[in-house]
Design a protein around this ligand. Sequence first.
Ligand code: SF4
Length: 389
Amino acid sequence: MEEKFSSLYLHIPFCLKKCNYCAFYSIPYDTEKVELFVSSIIKEMELTQIIPHHINTIYIGGGTPSSLSVNYLEKIFENLFKFYKMDKNLEFTVEINPGAIKKEQIELFKSYGVNRISIGAQSFLDKELKFLNRIHNSKDIKATVNNLLSLGIENISIDLLYGIPKQTLENFRFSLQKVTLLEIKHISLYELSLDKKTPLARKIKEGQLVLPSERTVEKMYLYASEFLDKKGFHKYEISNFAKQDYECKHNIVYWQRKPYLGLGPSAHSFIGGIRFSNYEELFSYAKNLRSNKLAWINREKIEGFEKLKEIIILGLRMKDGIKISNPCLIEFLKDFMSLNLVNITDDNTVSLTDKGMLLSNEIFARVLLHIENCLVCKEELVDHLWNEK
Ligand code: SF4
């Protein structure tokens, strides 16, 4: 593999309690499993250190990374710095959950150069947090932010959810107001999307719960976009808002299709135009590493139409959009422009408006269908332009 990767994602799969909407790979904390996980991920670092790299961003997510004790976290950090070459201006993010973070952990993060913390707050209404089976309450969120600030971490991001069953526009506005009162730099706003295996999805299927109407969810998103902009958080991607210069560099790597390595069960990597995914289940993941083999279960070379699809979908998620030099596709997109769904600049940079971001999946589907069915676009875009990028 010749291509250098510059970003690293590390998945810690333990959680103290399972949230009822969550489909990420996470398992209950168990000392034996934690031991197995830590020794396996160190092995994975040892095996992957030979892939050319120079690391600019690290993101430790999960699961709940802060469910591990200082000793285990330190072992992981120590080995990260032992095996990989790090840039001196590293963006180093750790995800934490309010109610599951201790002062010693934050101090450890600081001593290893963690300079960005992402907090899974989800809501500022205790009844919504309880409904989602979260372990924290709204007071914990504020206390966590204050702790981080007092220990010198100022680049703080907060995740919020919208479209929760029984959530009204007023409830959502309340959480938005509260989040902007905190001294933070970044907000990720995710619409609740339910995998059918989750307990919440089952309840909705059985008719015991209903999701807010599509119209309400639309109003929530449009309200948030305007409100956050007024509060100085500019939208730079469909779900992400930041104060100036506080955009998440690590996530931008994903949307720009730059190479990254994923470590840990269920982690994904993208190197040399190939997407790899690790075994999801801890024991299968560990078994491979124990026999000195990488834990990749799937690998797929992304080329031709698949590559084009990724460039369009990931690129248009970003507020800056993408440059399109194909006149036929630009002509097709002008219809969306007349509906105030896309902007097209004089140099043919195409981006989605707020309304377009709301309908992004529909727009992506139509654009891709057009390319597939249009001989001019297909030949020019798939066979020449995009493959050369
Ligand atoms: S804390 Fe995060 S990863 Fe863990 S169960 Fe809840 S949503 Fe899933």
